[in-house]
Design a protein around this ligand. Structure first.
Ligand SMILES: NC(=O)c1ccc[n+]([C@@H]2O[C@H](COP(=O)([O-])OP(=O)(O)OC[C@H]3O[C@@H](n4cnc5c(N)ncnc54)[C@H](O)[C@@H]3O)[C@@H](O)[C@H]2O)c1
Length: 256
């Protein structure tokens, strides 16, 4: 129970990787706020809250658009209402356009940036605003884990705005880690490689999977649980002198 009685907000936790993070946190004793546009998992199956409750854990859903500061404040207030504080903020929600530069309209750019960049900025700002008012647990007042991507460091084929947004997340993580270390805020990122989430469409088109496997030295592609385990580590007391880091969970994609 590495997060026993800790409270966490996980954005985009209705589906995919966010859902796996929320399930892992709850299994480790956390009270988890599932902050998402919609409770229905994109990949089908039961909702995150139902899955957590069925295993005896604690979770609530909060309808939240991460591009709106008020929605994030409401999600954080929900966590504080349940557990008295916000221990962990995971900024996971993200979208893409599946377009290169010349096919990316201004509207596409603004839509992606409002989630992938502004949504993480707001999630960090509202979390830090709350965390700096809390008494520290040991050395740490609160922890942030931002979900970036290997495509924040190298080009994102056919997803220009997505990649730029992810690069922004890596930068923001370092800046916040440096600016708020004095106040006991730990801020890290986790960069997944190709993770199979149960999504359909382009994400699992044969040529996309073949490309991802050709880039990944490890003989399989990633699972949501691979990312969740790394996020759990960075959210636990085991990782207190690690801050400003962008931890690859990519089967060696970036080493290749
Ligand atoms: N799956 C991969 O291969 C992969 C690789 C690298 C990085 N990532 C990153 O991991 C994270 C999760 O990816 P995933 O594959 O699980 O995605 P997903 O599309 O399966 O899930 C994203 C979730 O975010 C929610 N969401 C979207 N816009 C939102 C908004 N404005 N406000 C609140 N919630 C919103 C969606 O409703 C959905 O539940 C993302 O940050 C993504 O960029 C994923």
């Amino acid at each position: 129970m590495r997060l026993k009685d800790r409270t966490a907000v996980v954005t985009g936790a209705a589906s995919g990787i966010g859902k796996a993070i929320a399930l892992r946190f709850a299994a480790e004793g956390a009270i988890v706020v599932i902050a998402d546009l919609d409770e229905t998992p994109r990949e089908g199956g039961v909702t995150t809250v139902s899955a957590i409750e069925a295993s005896g854990g604690r979770a609530v859903f909060c309808r939240c658009d991460v591009s709106r500061a008020d929605d994030l404040t409401a999600a954080i207030n929900m966590a504080v209402g349940l557990g008295g504080r916000l221990d962990v903020m995971v900024n996971n929600a993200a979208i893409g356009t599946d377009t290169p530069l010349l096919e990316t309209s201004e509207a596409d750019w603004e839509r992606v940036m409002s989630v992938n960049a502004k949504g993480v900025f707001l999630g960090c700002r509202e979390a830090v605003r709350r965390m700096v008012t809390q008494e520290p647990r040991g050395e740490v007042r609160g922890r942030i884990v931002n979900i970036s991507s290997q495509h924040g460091m190298i080009r994102a084929p056919n997803d220009f705005a997505y990649g730029v947004g992810k690069a922004t997340v890596v930068y923001m993580t370092r800046q916040i880690a440096g600016d708020y270390a004095e106040q006991g805020i730990v801020c890290n990122a986790v960069a997944p490689g190709k993770i199979l989430t149960g999504k359909t469409g382009r994400a699992i088109a044969p040529e996309m999977l073949a490309y991802s496997q050709s880039r990944t030295p490890w003989p399989r592609l990633g699972r949501p649980e691979d990312v969740a385990n790394a996020v759990l580590f960075l959210s636990s007391d085991e990782a207190s002198y690690i801050t400003g880091e962008n931890l690859m969970v990519d089967g060696g994609w970036m080493a290749n």
